[in-house]
Design a protein around this ligand. Structure first.
Ligand code: FCB
Length: 490
């Protein structure tokens, strides 16, 4: 029996829904994806500058060298964010701008974020800062990157330098964006920078990222920060056949590696016992990988936080059998072959459910978001939750008048927001939503081929054109209300 994703409409209907008056309507970006100016004002290379030059690693050979030129267009971009109704802006700080080569603090690099924060506050937009959205200084990678425990301590040095300058004006500080990606995609799968395909290295990197998270959280709290957290990309794994023990086991393994590997050390101060068992044969430097976890580490990783950022795009049907009817096959992608990020569980497959997909080949599955939010509420401490990312890539093209109509993105956001609203109605403490992304940008291994923005970017001219979804989102932010779905224009 195949589990079909329940249509969300059955649960929430299609009528008008109203969000709480103080709900945050945000938009998100990340430094390497938008800034460009990679060699200006003292910045030195990050692992993404290096990785994007590896032949075949990024579609089209694209790099972040120019990106959206946000570094130079920041004031007008912030004015556009304000026009589009953003009440908060989630951005990340570039470590190699602030501490080039992980060396001394670079005041010119920090000055950019100083100006950005003032510009946001001047427009009434609350800054939401992420310290690490994947652009590790290459110099640290040369010393082992996140497989080197020392990187966690260098992360503290960098975080303190940022906090010294911005701590008085930024209310919300998140340490990591999606450590699943910066560990398992970067060090096991090789799909992301630094492109290593070293099995258990991904688990070692995950532990050091979590250690860095805990160390920074503790340090910033002792300096008075009181809204601290991190953003996890979580999934909803459903066994293909809930009566097949092999499929059920596969779904458990994905839950362990994608969700609990991060949630448990942060909220429970432990690694999941089943994950340790699944990976007990994996070694790092000829010892069990778990030997990198030292006494006292898990008390650090579980330093209390104040907000949980959830990034959710889709869940997965999961099978433990060799299946060829899987999601994403036939979708375009970089030439360089990545291996499975699910170290120790490489046999797991992800059958397609036949749901509609975005331009990434990702299934559109809003009801999974509702289940995820309920689960977090039921299984983990009840912190305020913010959806710190969701959104969709579609092949948006301006028409002959330069107008960009993106009804599919509006329908996507409408359905995901209905899932959030249902959870809020049921008592889950979700306080805000950050759309990924403010503007089209460098989509990692997919380069500029995938457009997630509310604002279209013409990369030849850098012209910004708000898409119809941007106007729709501005109205949503103004009214706090989703109109009945029959009113969604095509
Ligand atoms: C997330 C990343 C973000 C963006 C979206 C599409 O995994 O955090 O930078 O690339 O996916």
């Amino acid at each position: 029996m195949t589990v079909q994703s329940k249509p969300l409409d059955d649960a929430v209907g299609t009528g008008e829904v109203r969000f709480p008056a103080d709900f945050t309507w945000g938009m998100a970006t990340a430094s390497y994806q938008i800034e460009g100016a990679v060699a200006e004002d003292g910045r030195t290379p990050s692992i993404w500058d290096t990785f994007s030059r590896v032949p075949g690693a990024v579609m089209g050979g694209d790099t972040g060298d120019v990106a959206c030129e946000h570094y130079h267009r920041m004031p007008s971009d912030v004015a556009l964010l304000a026009d589009l109704g953003a009440t908060s802006y989630r951005f990340s700080v570039s470590w190699p701008r602030v501490r080039p080569d992980a060396g001394p603090v670079n005041p010119a690099g920090l000055a950019f974020y100083d100006r950005l924060v003032d510009e946001l506050l001047g427009h009434g937009i609350a800054p939401w800062l992420t310290l690490y959205h994947w652009d590790l200084p290459q110099a640290l990678e040369d010393a082992g990157g996140w497989t080197n425990r020392d990187t966690a301590h260098r992360f503290v040095d960098y975080a303190l330098a940022v906090h010294d300058v911005l701590g008085d004006r930024v209310p919300t500080w998140t340490t990591l964006n999606e450590p699943f990606c910066s560990s398992l995609l970067g060090y096991t799968a090789g799909h992301h920078a630094p492109g290593r395909q070293e099995g258990a290295a991904g688990l070692v990197a995950a532990h050091h990222l979590l250690l860095g998270h805990g160390l920074v959280t503790t340090e910033l709290r002792s300096r008075g920060a009181d809204r601290l957290g991190l953003s996890l990309n979580l999934t909803v794994p459903d066994p293909s056949d809930p009566d097949d023990l092999v499929d059920v086991d596969a779904a458990r393994r994905i839950d362990a590696l994608h969700n609990r590997l991060f949630l448990d050390p942060v909220f429970r101060g432990s690694y999941p016992a089943d994950l340790l068992e699944d990976t007990s044969h994996l070694t790092w430097q000829r010892k069990p990988w778990y030997d990198v976890v030292r006494d006292g580490d898990l008390a650090i990783t579980s330093a209390p936080i104040d907000v949980l950022g959830v990034n959710y795009y889709h869940g997965n049907e999961v099978s433990g059998h060799l299946r060829t009817d899987v999601v994403g096959v036939g979708a375009d992608g970089p030439d360089r072959v990545a291996v499975s990020p699910f170290v120790g569980s490489e046999h797991v497959t992800f059958p397609s459910r036949g749901l509609p997909v975005t331009d990434m080949g990702w299934e559109i599955q809003p009801e999974g978001l509702h289940r995820l939010l309920r689960r977090l509420h039921d299984d983990y401490p009840r912190l305020p939750i913010y959806l710190t990312e969701t959104g969709a890539a579609f092949a948006d093209v301006p028409d002959e008048h330069g107008v960009v109509h993106d009804p599919d993105r509006i329908a996507f956001l409408d359905s995901y927001l209905r899932a959030v609203h249902l959870a809020v109605d049921e008592g889950v403490d979700v306080r805000g939503f950050f759309q990924w992304s403010f503007c089209d940008n460098f989509e990692w291994a997919f380069g500029y081929a995938k457009r997630f923005g509310l604002v279209h970017v013409d990369y030849d001219t850098q012209l910004r054109t708000p898409k119809s979804s941007a106007h729709w989102y501005a109205e949503l932010s103004r009214t706090g209300m989703l109109p009945a779905t029959e009113s969604l224009g095509g």
